[in-house]
Design a binder for this molecule. Structure first.
Ligand SMILES: [Zn+2]
Ligand SMILES: [Zn+2]
Length: 196
């Protein structure tokens, strides 16, 4: 099952040119089996999300991309928090309390590989392939992922139509629902793929 684990839509991610319906239509046309909405520091209202799921009849998962002191963090299984999770310590504590899972997003962007003691302490793994990063950045990120207990994930980081589905995560088994996604991410039976 092929899921693009990193997608941004308007209006929750103001930097994105994509409507949620557009992402679904493009993902479907490009052969993906599901997408995960990971807005910047914003969670979807669950009733609105359920309505979107019903209307599109497409597997839509729900995560978030947190802006923290050590960079962008993709979080899965983390419910909306009243205050922003601006430090990696706060994000990790929130994830720990609910059994959520954190991945360091695009770890080789900005010209340097984000490696320090906190990198391995707080993350299940890293985003090994990001559709918006260069080949060299993805090679570096994939190399970093090899040092973790779990394989790296893949996602497009789509903000425009052309980017949807450029990268994804291939799961060995079918994944149904957000709880199953977290379980699958912790089980490790997946790999990051670049799709062009
Ligand atoms: Zn990011
Ligand atoms: Zn992003």
């Amino acid at each position: 099952m092929l899921i693009d684990l990193h997608c941004h839509t308007r209006p929750l991610s103001q930097c994105s040119a994509l409507s949620p319906e557009q992402v679904v239509a493009l993902a479907r046309a490009r052969g993906l089996d599901g997408i995960c909405l990971t807005e910047h520091d914003r969670w979807w209202d669950l009733a609105v999300l359920d309505e979107l799921r019903e209307r599109t009849a497409f597997p839509i998962f729900h995560g978030v991309e947190l802006t923290t002191d050590i960079g962008h963090v993709l979080a899965f299984g983390l419910p909306a928090t009243p205050a922003p999770l601006a430090t990696i310590e706060a994000a990790f504590a929130a994830a720990e309390s609910v059994g959520g899972v954190l991945f360091l997003a695009h770890p080789a962007r900005d010209g340097l590989l984000k490696v320090d003691h906190r990198t391995v302490e707080y993350f299940a793994s890293v985003e090994a392939i990001n559709g918006s990063d260069s080949r060299l950045q993805n090679i570096a990120a994939t190399g970093l992922a090899h040092g973790f207990r779990l394989p790296g994930i893949g996602g497009s980081d789509a903000h425009t139509p052309a980017e949807v589905g450029r990268a994804a995560t291939r799961f060995d088994h079918a994944v149904a629902g957000d709880e199953a996604l977290v379980a699958a991410l912790l089980a490790g039976a997946y790999s990051a793929v670049l799709l062009e």
